[in-house]
Design a protein around this ligand. Structure first.
Ligand code: SF4
Length: 120
């Protein structure tokens, strides 16, 4: 009786059940990837609304990020900050100390020896 039940009733249902469960899992995987991507893009757009990297009060120093609002600089609280003052060149980001120092632009003796085309 049990053998008859397995062969006649359950055997034809195995393959359709397998297909349905497989495609359900594939669908859930694709849906979770889509949802994670959509949430990531929304989060990224929100982060790009933070204006601090274009503000004159932003120091680019992790000890004191902003001289006006140190606690809310580079956070979502800074979106719509009333003290935001854009740089003269609003497209540029603040330079690090090593990038702006005049010493880094003047080649030293070691650089001269390595690169003879420097004339200074
Ligand atoms: S003043 Fe406002 S916008 Fe400017 S760096 Fe500070 S928190 Fe950011």
């Amino acid at each position: 009786m049990l053998k008859l039940l397995l062969n006649e009733v359950l055997q034809p249902l195995v393959f359709p059940l397998y297909c349905v469960s497989f495609w359900t899992l594939v669908g859930l995987l694709l849906w979770s990837i889509w949802k994670a991507t959509r949430d990531g893009v929304a989060r990224l757009r929100r982060m790009h609304q933070i204006p601090c990297d274009r503000c004159v009060f932003f120091t680019n120093n992790h000890h004191l990020k902003c001289t006006v609002h140190p606690s809310k600089a580079m956070s979502e609280e800074a979106i719509g900050c009333r003290d935001f003052q854009p740089h003269e060149d609003a497209t540029s980001t603040p330079k690090r100390c090593s990038q702006t120092s005049a010493r880094s632009r003047i080649p030293d003796k070691r650089t001269k020896n390595k690169f003879p085309f420097f004339t200074r």
